[in-house]
Structures are given as structure tokens and as C-alpha cells.
Write a protein of this length. Sequence first.
Length: 156
Amino acid sequence: MTASDAAASDNFGYHVSISEDYALVGAYYDDDNGSNSGSAYLFHRNGTSWSEIQKYTAYDGLASDYLGMAVSMDNDVAVIGGSQEDTMASNAGAAYIYPIAHKARISVINEQMITHETSANPIPITILNEPAGNFTLTASSSNQSLVPDSSIDIAA
């Protein structure tokens, strides 16, 4: 597998997650939104060949966010970490949640970004990586615009 827009020093493939016939590959030094803003690529396997079907970049991406520093996926959700994202504080980091293209989607989840809130209403985030490929992400908050109905619970 290689990125369709590969460039020197993108660090493509340093972090990889595979679920069924899909692979999510981080490239945290990619420069689409500024130097080292980062990205991740979704590939689909058909037989023995892999094809790139989606490139993810942060909608608010900036230089040195390092999106793709961590990647994980299961079923129809991809979670991509930007370890140096600055929305809440300098280099505080963020996790971006994307529906996986060409698969059934969870209707409640669109593109979302989760950051650690420094306000009086923090979002506790729990990520469990259980045996047999199960992945669970749970977040809850009184912030209804980020977390409709007060919670998100995604489980495979």
C-alpha cells in the first residue's frame, strides 16, 4: 500500500489499523493543512489487492497537529488522533471520529472532534480494545452540541 499523493517524510504507515477488508493508515507528517498537519488513508482489500478509497484530513487542521499519530477502526467508524492539536490548549491533542466510506454508517455519528474540555463539564473518554476485535468508545457530556442525548456509545 502507498498513498496516492505520497511525499517525502510523510511517515505514511507508521500507525496502521485493520478491520475486516479495510486498513486505516496514518501519515502524521503529511502537509495538506500545513507542515506536519497529518492525515490518514482508508484502503479496501479486494482479493489480494488494496485500493485507496478515502483520505482523511482534519477540517480544522493546522501545521504540527500530527493527525494520524494514532489510528483505530472497527466496523463503520474510524478514530484518528492528532496528538498536537491546539483547540483546547497548546498541543492538547484531539481525536477525530469519521464514518468509514463505502460501509453502513451509524446515523448519529458524523465528523466529530473530541478534545479534553477544560471547562466545568469535561468529557470522560473511555476506549477499550477487547479481545476478538471488539472496540468500544464511550464519551458523555452535558454539551449537547458535541454529544447528542448526553452520550455516545459505539460498540462493535
